[in-house]
Design a protein around this ligand. Structure first.
Ligand SMILES: [Zn+2]
Length: 106
């Protein structure tokens, strides 16, 4: 059963596209970068304390790995921000959201 009548009637003029590339419903495709992101090895020079809670993925962004409870289930916070050499954004996130402060004795 095909149910593709009357839904996409306004721009049907691209007829060279194959219509069945996958099963995915493309109704919510905007914000999804569906490439699998991998954790990047931080290397030895990431000595800041925030890297205990943050990791870098292959999209070049820093992701918060702090575990938070969502509906009773522990999940990674998954907050992410642009990674650059300064860690103030990550520090601010840890401070304000998770109430984590630098533990290193100075
Ligand atoms: Zn977080």
């Amino acid at each position: 059963m095909l149910n593709k009548n009357k839904k996409n009637k306004r721009l049907n003029n691209i007829s060279t596209k194959p219509t069945k590339k996958s099963n995915n419903d493309s109704s919510s495709n905007q914000q999804e970068e569906s490439q699998e992101l991998q954790w990047v090895d931080l290397g030895a020079n990431k000595t800041s304390w925030i890297w205990r809670h943050f990791g870098i993925k292959t999209d070049g962004r820093a992701y918060c790995r702090y575990k938070v409870l969502k509906n009773g289930i522990e999940e990674e916070c998954n907050y992410n921000c642009v990674y650059n050499t300064q860690t103030s954004t990550q520090q601010y996130h840890l401070n304000s959201v998770h109430k984590i402060f630098e533990t290193k004795v100075r």
